[in-house]
Design a binder for this molecule. Structure first.
Ligand code: AMP
Length: 122
């Protein structure tokens, strides 16, 4: 899948639309999800143009990959999630129900999150 430079997260990265920023560094940006599914629901995205984790893992530089992973851990610690635990999730493609075609990882926390995959809808 080709990268769409007009996807909503690309527009956030260009400053064309606002976000509720949590963290930013050379390679990544983290912001609160606009439709939170848990008391804490933060998205972490790379600044580079990658469609998904599949694209990113194949084509990003070592520095970009390290930057995103370091940012995920930092954001979770900043949000105070480590003591009680949290969940990391990234949806990929149609079966993964990915809605925004710019790689993002979801950080969920602040309550017991239940089973990993809901049975409803299967
Ligand atoms: P996914 O299904 O993994 O692609 O999830 C996309 C996520 O992006 C959803 O949880 C949306 O609520 C979230 N989202 C969409 N637009 C925005 C936005 N402008 N700011 C923050 N989060 C957004």
């Amino acid at each position: 899948m080709a990268y769409d430079p007009n996807n909503i997260f690309a527009r956030i990265l260009r400053g064309e639309i606002p976000c509720n920023k949590v963290h930013e560094d050379e390679h990544s940006l983290a912001f609160h999800d606009i439709n939170p599914q848990a008391p804490v629901h933060i998205l972490v995205i790379p600044k580079g143009a990658y469609v998904s984790m599949s694209d990113f893992s194949a084509n990003a530089s070592e520095a970009e990959i390290a930057g995103l992973v370091r940012a995920v851990g930092k954001v979770a610690r900043m949000a105070g999630l480590d003591e009680d635990g949290w969940r990391l999730l990234s949806n990929i493609g149609v079966n993964g129900h990915q809605e925004v075609p710019h790689l993002h990882v979801h950080i969920f926390g602040g309550r017991k999150l239940g089973a990993m995959i809901a049975k409803a809808g299967l």
